[in-house]
Design a protein around this ligand. Structure first.
Ligand code: NAD
Length: 507
């Protein structure tokens, strides 16, 4: 029996569908291998250009109907998707863990995040508030309202193969949009499973085909979405390189993009930190998910008075990390996604050494029983200078760079002086330091935390970052506004036509 039969999560494997209607997948067939044991899970057929056209046409037609459905009714359908996810949580979490390589706890956590965003979207469906303004003209009423955009293209990365889609899709749907999802080619089966779960709920509620579409395949399909004038919003999660290409194509046709790209997240460890708390937060942040979170802690900026003490604690903690099958709850660290990622990890270690880095915990690739996939690597720690080119780069692997500082201003400057701006944190019990870090003169990131690490955001806040992280915001707070267009309305209920700014135009 194979993994999919065991979990019962997938009954079909077409990566191209408009909901209940599955297209055959005329594009290239690509295989999904598990990084856990290297085994083939299944092959998925990707979309041809002709099938992509069919999908977009179906989505366009569906939008005309879906936008007319009252938002709370759309929310009711999303509520049912949340319930379906609750039922399938264990099986879907296992598939995510097996296909992507994150721990089972994190796979289940990712599905929980989907459930949470469904709940959030249900409440939102009765809000979507606009403002009213006082008109300068008598007997006029002025207000704004929010309308859906149309087709929202969602391009997602391998490391959150299901949650990122749900952050976008659940919010986009209650706003009245339809979605076309291009998942990562490295985790297509998790996407097929989600599409199936949503499609069943949509069919039960007589929602038209095309509200939830899936087009699996390589980056060229992402590029089709980016260039397609029929797709007013492209929400793209992945590397900064991908984001630049997508943003350029979308801007060239005056579309909108919502970008969630790479991070290079740092934690400042003050001399006034609770070092035990700081240790747990930083080790989880740096080694958890094998360093494959956009919010992974990649840099530690440590006060010189506690530098050696904290470095030694880190070394000891890293010595206790258990690396192995992520479905086994005893293990802390699972595999990297594929051998390409292992190669990038090795190259980064070599570059770090060449630039003068000194490893205090060595890296390396693990071999032998349990490590047959060739994707298991050792989390490692290097002492560096903040300006090394490799320290300025996001390597999607468990490499932690550590460096000392003398003053908080210096620490904040080091923290900010990288091209990316996603997540950041300070560990301190000193109120002045904490507030300075959060002030306008402090962290320049989209996320700034005190006494927790850089990873593990909650859905209630707006998620995203600045600079090369792309500037997008997803999930909670008022991130829904990115999925709607604002319309300002002025109504004259008087019997005269006064012009704004007192302009006279008498005939
Ligand atoms: P990736 O950029 O290789 O691929 C991401 C997605 O973009 C895939 O679906 C891929 O097919 C598609 N794609 C790639 N090039 C494209 C192009 N030129 N045009 C259109 N689509 C294209 O990223 P990955 O390796 O899957 O994920 C890791 C990266 O994602 C890291 O940089 C990580 O920081 C980032 N990430 C960011 C966030 C965030 O919220 N900020 C969340 C998760 C991952």
């Amino acid at each position: 029996m194979n993994f999919l039969q065991e979990t019962g999560i997938l009954t079909e494997q077409s990566g191209v569908s408009t909901g209940s209607r599955r297209l055959t997948g005329e594009g290239a067939n690509f295989a999904s291998h598990s990084p856990v044991d290297g085994k083939l899970i299944a092959s998925v057929a990707s979309a041809s250009r002709a099938e992509y056209e069919q999908v977009i046409k179906s989505a366009e037609a569906a939008f005309k109907q879906w936008r007319q459905v009252p938002a709370p009714r759309r929310g009711e359908v999303v509520r049912q998707i949340g319930d379906a996810l609750r039922e399938k949580k264990q099986a879907l979490g296992m598939l995510v863990s097996y296909e992507m390589g994150k721990s089972l706890q994190e796979g289940l956590g990712e599905v929980q995040e989907m459930i949470d965003i469904c709940d959030f979207a249900v409440g939102l469906s009765r809000q979507l508030y606009g403002l009213t303004m006082h008109s300068e003209r008598p007997q006029h009423r002025m207000y704004e309202q929010w309308h859906p955009l149309g087709i929202v293209g969602v391009i997602s990365a391998f490391n959150f193969p299901v949650a990122v889609w749900s952050w976008n899709a659940m919010i986009a749907w209650v706003c009245g949009n339809v979605c076309v999802w291009k998942p990562s080619e490295k985790a297509p089966l998790s996407a097929v499973a989600c599409q199936q779960i949503a499609a069943e709920v949509f069919a039960k509620n007589d929602v038209p085909e095309g509200v939830s579409c899936l087009v699996t395949g390589g980056r060229e399909i992402g590029a089709w979405l980016a260039e397609d004038v029929r797709v007013p919003l492209v929400s793209a999660t992945g590397s900064s390189r991908m984001g630049q290409s997508v943003a350029t194509a979308v801007a060239a046709r005056f579309g909108r993009s919502l970008l969630e790209l790479g991070g290079n997240n740092a934690v400042i460890i003050s001399k006034d930190a609770d070092l035990e708390m700081a240790l747990v937060g930083t080790v989880f942040g740096a080694a958890g998910t094998a360093g494959q979170r956009c919010t992974t802690t990649r840099r530690l900026i440590i006060h010189k008075e506690v530098y050696e003490r904290f470095r030694d604690k880190l070394k000891k903690a890293y010595g206790q990390l258990r690396i192995g099958n992520p479905l086994d709850e005893q293990n802390h660290v699972g595999p990297l996604i594929d051998k390409g990622a292992v190669e990038a990890y090795l190259q980064a270690i070599a570059a770090c050494k060449a630039q003068g880095g000194r490893f205090v915990v060595d890296g390396g690739v693990l071999e032998g029983p349990g490590y047959e996939s060739g994707c298991y690597v050792k989390p490692c720690i290097a002492e560096v200078e903040p300006g090394f080119p490799i320290v300025q780069t996001e390597t999607f692997a468990p490499i932690l760079y550590i460096m000392p500082y003398a003053t908080l201003d210096e620490a904040i400057a080091i923290q900010n002086n990288v091209p990316q701006g996603l997540s950041s944190a300070i560990m301190t019990l000193n109120l002045r330091e904490a507030e300075l870090f959060l002030s306008a003169a402090g962290s320049d990131c989209g996320i700034a935390n005190v006494n927790i690490g850089t990873s593990g955001a909650e859905i209630g806040g707006a998620f995203g970052g600045e600079k090369e992280t792309g500037g997008g915001r997803e999930s909670g707070s008022d991130a829904w506004k990115a999925y709607m267009r604002r319309q300002t309305n002025t109504i004259n209920y008087g019997n005269r036509l006064p012009l704004a700014q007192g302009i006279k135009f008498d005939l």
